[in-house]
Write a protein that binds this ligand. Structure first.
Ligand code: KPL
Length: 296
């Protein structure tokens, strides 16, 4: 049976490990060096129905990457390259699936690992770390995978086990488009909730109506420049629906800023600013500056 190896033992990485493990799928988590001397053999996983259980995946370190059969990269965007560079002897036939937020990293991964099948994924599952070894699954969502290079096209069979574990997994030959769509949602919700210290659902309050509309227009313009055909209305509907569906969540950028961690702003808003060219995007720019000012 194929073992799944997860690089990035954050809340979402541990959630995927727990859900795969529940389906009796062998899973290993690659831990960072700082955990080598001291790590818990198990973490507590709190499912959506509040059921708690201990999950004991195999733990590995970067120097044990030769045993990897299939790699899910679930680190923060800015950790992807250093984490992949630290892996020793990752076999060149191993599929590498990038599941981080934001964009702009895949091109560098393709140069780093030119022989590996490369795939990207987008997921709308939500998770929260409640303690050092305690993870809560906060939202069940959709997960889509698709190839980023020719070799990646042969790996649609990964969907079946993933779908059984996650409740949904789909294949898209145009994963770039799904990444753009997710980016366009994150570029509104994440910096606004981080700067205003609010939950996602609070963006539906009337005080945010103007900024939401203006920022939405800016982001939609860049989305069109990136080649996406969504109308402004379709985009706005999707945005409102994510705000509603994730109303009680604190966005990942809010959590990063609140815990004094670096954020993914360069890979979300920064990516849009880079691709805006001569399009006016003053609110995007202002939010980018504000997140940076607050330490992100
Ligand atoms: O992806 C998210 C994130 O927080 O990064 C959303 C969809 C905004 C949910 O919180």
């Amino acid at each position: 049976m194929r073992e799944w190896t997860i690089l990035g033992a954050g809340a979402l990485g541990c959630t995927f490990a727990a859900l795969l493990n529940e389906q009796q799928r062998p899973v290993s988590l690659i831990l960072s060096e700082r955990h080598r001397r001291h790590f818990n053999p198990a973490f507590e996983f709190i499912a959506l129905n509040e059921r708690r259980r201990l999950v004991s995946p195999h733990y590995r370190f970067a120097d044990q990457a030769a045993a990897t059969e299939c790699l899910l990269v679930m680190t923060k965007a800015y950790q992807v390259l250093p984490a992949l560079k630290s892996l020793h002897n990752l076999p060149r036939h191993v599929p590498v699936i990038l599941l981080h937020n934001g964009m702009g990293v895949a091109e560098q991964v393709a140069s780093l690992l030119p022989h590996n099948p490369l795939l990207a994924g987008v997921t709308s599952h939500g998770a929260l770390r409640e303690g050092p070894w305690q993870i809560r699954h906060t939202g069940k969502g959709e997960t889509w995978l698709g190839p980023l290079n020719e070799q990646g096209k042969a790996f649609s069979h990964l969907l079946a086990p993933l779908s059984a574990a996650l409740g949904h997994a789909g294949w898209s030959e145009d994963i770039l488009s799904l990444q753009h769509r997710k980016l366009a949602i994150n570029a509104v919700i994440n910096p606004l909730t981080a700067c205003h210290h609010i939950r996602n659902g609070q963006l539906a309050e009337p005080r945010f109506a103007d900024v939401l509309a203006t920022l939405g227009e800016e982001v939609h313009r860049v989305l069109s420049r990136l080649g996406e055909s969504d109308t402004p209305e379709q985009y706005q509907r999707r945005l409102n629906s994510v705000i509603e569906l994730t109303a009680t969540n604190y966005s990942s950028m809010h959590q990063d800023l609140a815990h004094g961690r670096p954020t993914e702003i360069d890979y979300i808003t920064g990516y849009l600013l880079k691709h805006a060219g001569d399009l006016p995007v003053p609110v995007c720019q202002q939010l980018y500056n504000e997140v940076k000012k607050q330490g992100g």
